[in-house]
Design a protein around this ligand. Structure first.
Ligand SMILES: [Fe+2]
Length: 577
């Protein structure tokens, strides 16, 4: 594939932290798409599976979906799987195809849902097609989830990118991050948004996704990787919300909401309900696809799509018309009535509680739409990406009113600041009393560690907060446009811990179901990759990607088991009957 310029020297901070960065990107990046360079004839003949990755089906104890892509259309694409000591089963794959709306390249993907599997069991599988040109079909193994209250491990980070440094925001740490997931051998991984930044490489989006898929396969072919949408999954000319690349490549549990399958979903493992949300639907921040100018973004003529004018941003706040929030409330209410569910863990990309000063910060949109529901239904843990750092909040419930300050005027402004139920960092937190938020935008993106906010007046931690849309405004150079940083600040007593030594890491979660009548716990360890930052935040020296992840901190969440009173309830019911 060809490119007009190498823009890999543009850092994530320049791209993400407000206006100047996006202007820079537009000035340097190629903006006229070229037709796909791959030979159509060769691609048409090649159904070799690549970018193989697993996701959970509707029930992780009994269903797993195998997804992949191939250079051209596959003939009779299929998965053959077998249980240890059992016979082979052949599952035909469904084909999903899209044509990128900017460079006109067609992407062929395949999805086979394996159902009727046994809980906590290992399976071997192969992926192939009649026009698979590999010497031997791809083969790997996976394990299904346990059923009932059982211990298990999962991992998480966001903002992964690819190891191909041709692409804006890609960096070698992306490969080590995938290897880190494998090294911890989790049951599954939560990839909390901004997967590969294809929308910052708008004329080569399918190629960026392809490098992302190749990189992830080293882990995602062996265990489910469950993603969520971030601002960088929003792509011009690829669907109503710009999600066609993501939605075509991932097969995710059905949320039952017509028109929005794959946008948000839930699944359950053991006594934990996992809820994956699309915060693009509620955030004020405008940080998705954007043409900063001065040149327009011009799709190839074959797409039939017109040039996209400078100053255009793809802003999708409110796109579900409240459907996602209504689904969330139904989901949370049902879960909290279920005595077999103890924990509710939410993943979403953008952040309610981030005190990053040079990155994005917090967003009032999430605080307005979803934190009241997290309070009402005792959501235990929220996992985010978006800012390139690691930050942990104290458990929070409710809010402190009118304690924000508008940056432009110094006037008081409502930020609905989450209220910490304790500021004593004991290392053990009862999340039935408040929700803990983690920022895990520490995957593999090419970026230096964010600076964290400090209120210079009192020395306390300070957070930036978006309280209104930062839509494009004219930039400094003629014909360019920019998007402003967050419009408000607040002191941040909810902030418990920030990693000031590196912006790279992975969080490892070990669920202990506990015993009947007692508490259950999740032990959380953040491992970080010291020295991986392009510029070391402590020394200023140049760093390099590293495979070495070491412990940064460990803490434990506890809550009473939900079956505590189930026995009493059952006795009372039988007495009444
Ligand atoms: Fe983001």
């Amino acid at each position: 594939m060809t490119r007009d310029h190498d823009v890999s020297s543009i850092t994530r901070r320049q791209v993400l932290a407000g206006a100047g960065g996006t202007g820079l990107l537009a000035a340097a990046a190629p903006i006229s798409a070229r037709a796909a360079t791959r030979s159509t004839a060769a691609a048409a003949a090649d159904g070799t599976p690549e970018q193989i990755h697993l996701t959970w089906g509707d029930d992780p104890a009994s269903s797993v979906t195998v997804s992949w892509a191939s250079p051209g259309p596959a003939r009779r694409p299929r998965v053959v799987f077998r249980h240890a000591g059992g016979g082979s089963h052949v599952v035909p794959a469904a084909q999903r195809v899209y044509t990128d709306g900017i460079n006109g390249e067609t992407v062929w993907t395949y999805h086979a849902e394996l159902t009727g599997l046994r809980p906590a069991s290992a399976y071997g599988y192969t992926v192939t097609a009649d026009n698979d040109t590999s010497a031997r079909p791809f083969a790997a193994t996976f394990s299904t989830a346990p059923r009932g209250r059982q211990p298990f491990r999962f991992t998480s980070f966001g903002d992964l990118a690819t190891p191909n440094t041709q692409w804006v925001l890609s960096y070698g740490q992306s490969a080590y991050a995938v290897a880190a997931v494998e090294s911890f051998r989790p049951l599954f991984h939560l990839l909390n948004g901004d997967l590969c930044y294809a929308n910052l490489n708008p004329t080569t989006q399918p190629e960026v996704w392809r490098d992302f898929g190749h990189n992830n396969q080293a882990s995602a072919a062996h265990r489910a990787w469950m993603p969520c949408l971030g601002n960088h999954e929003v792509e011009f000319d690829n669907g109503t919300q710009g999600f066609t690349s993501y939605l075509t490549r991932y097969s995710l549990p059905d949320n039952g909401v017509r028109g929005f399958r794959g946008h948000w979903y839930k699944f359950r493992v053991g006594s934990v309900l996992f809820v994956s949300l699309d915060a693009d639907d509620v955030v004020y921040q405008d940080a998705a696809a954007f043409v900063a100018g001065p040149a327009p973004l011009t799709p190839v003529s074959a797409t039939g799509n017109p040039a996209i004018a400078p100053g255009t941003s793809f802003y999708i706040r409110g796109y579900s018309g409240g459907a996602q929030t209504a689904w969330l409330e139904r989901t949370l209410a049902t879960a909290r009535r279920d005595p077999s569910i103890d924990w509710i863990v939410v993943q979403m990309h953008q952040i309610a509680c981030s005190s990053s000063a040079t990155g994005n910060g917090s967003d009032l949109g999430i605080r307005q739409a979803w934190l009241p529901l997290f309070d009402k239904y005792q959501v235990d843990l929220v996992l985010n990406g978006h800012d390139h750092d690691y930050e942990r909040s104290f458990p929070c419930r409710g809010f402190d009113s009118m304690v924000g300050t508008e940056v432009a005027t110094g006037a008081p402004v409502q930020t609905l600041r989450p209220h910490p139920v304790t500021t004593d960092d004991t290392g053990v937190f009862d999340t039935s009393q408040g929700t803990v938020h983690l920022v895990l935008g520490c995957g593999g993106t090419n970026a230096n560690l964010d600076d964290y906010g400090v209120d210079t007046a009192d020395g306390l931690r300070q957070a930036k907060v978006f309280t209104k849309p930062n839509r494009p405004i004219p930039g400094a150079a003629a014909g360019t446009f920019t998007r402003a940083a967050a419009d408000a600040v607040e002191d941040a007593p909810w902030s418990a811990r920030r990693d000031t030594s590196t912006g790279y890491g992975i969080a490892v979660f070990d669920v202990d179901p506990g015993v009947p009548g007692g508490h259950t716990s999740i032990k959380i360890t953040q491992y970080h990759a010291l020295g991986a930052d392009p510029v070391n935040p402590a020394t200023g020296a140049a760093g390099a990607p590293t495979p070495d992840y070491t412990e940064f901190e460990t803490f434990t969440l506890i809550r009473p088991r939900s079956d505590r009173h189930a026995g009493h309830t059952a006795e009372r019911s039988s007495a009444l009957a």
